[in-house]
Design a protein around this ligand. Structure first.
Ligand SMILES: *Cc1c(COP(=O)(O)O)cnc(C)c1O
Length: 243
């Protein structure tokens, strides 16, 4: 798609998305301004990023390190806040730690350790979110946080504490993905469990319980109702990704 096409599409989609966020925030007694849109441009050419910036958004999400690298280079000096939202392979941790403004997908202690060392080597403290698997789906990444038992909660908090203790990272919240289902109750329960975990983690040393990255194109209103501070939106803003 060309730049004018991306601009036209955003011109239609963004006002609607903003309205839907505002309505969802209002339903739950929250300020619409407390929810940040991360425009996920993965799979789209640089023109999509150009259009996103032109629409007044500064937060751009990518899910592959290679793609982040290319786009970060192309948009150097433009004030883009780069959000790495996808799984990062350990060997790519150094590049991700250099390039990302914030990394949403710390899904293991091993990756956290690598990112911390790389960030220290690059002379920075990398803001991260701890990704939690709050649905229990086997295919979902993240620290296990699905159980409601005391043991399951303790284990999830232990993982958050370990990440928070790493010197190269600044852990500022949690990220989760809801199951792919039309069952709203299941989606809501996943988001709610994640928010409750954030509240339970608020006392952990080194953990800043500030951000909740929850909600994608098909479930962001539920996520906002349950306390999301960052919605990661691709398709609903930019249309389907090219194959
Ligand atoms: C692709 C992706 C999104 C955006 O998905 P849409 O359904 O297109 O909004 C959000 N979060 C992550 C982690 C992704 O990989």
């Amino acid at each position: 798609m060309s730049l004018p096409n991306f601009r036209r599409r955003l011109g239609e989609s963004l006002p609607r998305v903003l309205e839907r966020i505002a309505a969802a925030a209002e339903r739950s007694g929250r300020e619409p301004g407390a929810v940040r849109i991360v425009a996920v441009t993965k799979g789209h050419p640089p023109e999509a990023v150009e259009a996103v910036l032109g629409a007044g958004l500064a937060d751009v999400g990518e899910n592959r390190v290679e793609e982040l690298e290319g786009k970060a280079l192309a948009f150097q000096g433009r004030g883009v806040q780069w959000h790495m939202v996808g799984h990062v392979q350990s060997r790519k941790a150094p590049r991700a730690a250099r390039l990302a403004t914030i990394l949403h997908s710390v899904d293991s202690i091993r990756l956290a350790g690598r990112l911390s060392r790389a960030a220290e080597g690059a002379g920075r403290r990398l803001p991260v979110l701890v990704q939690v698997n709050a649905s229990g789906e086997a295919a979902k990444g993240g620290f296990p946080a699905a159980g409601t038992s005391r043991e399951a909660l303790a284990e999830a908090l232990e993982g958050i504490a370990e990440v928070s203790a790493l010197p190269g990272l600044a852990a500022v919240g949690l990220m989760t993905m809801a199951p792919f289902t039309k069952d709203r109750a299941v989606v809501r329960a996943t988001f709610r469990r994640t928010r409750e975990l954030l509240e339970a983690a608020a006392g952990i040393e080194g953990f800043d319980a500030r951000e909740l990255s929850m909600g994608m194109s098909n479930d962001f209103e539920t996520a906002v109702e349950e306390g999301s501070t960052m919605v990661r939106l691709g398709t609903t803003l930019l249309g389907p990704r090219p194959r």
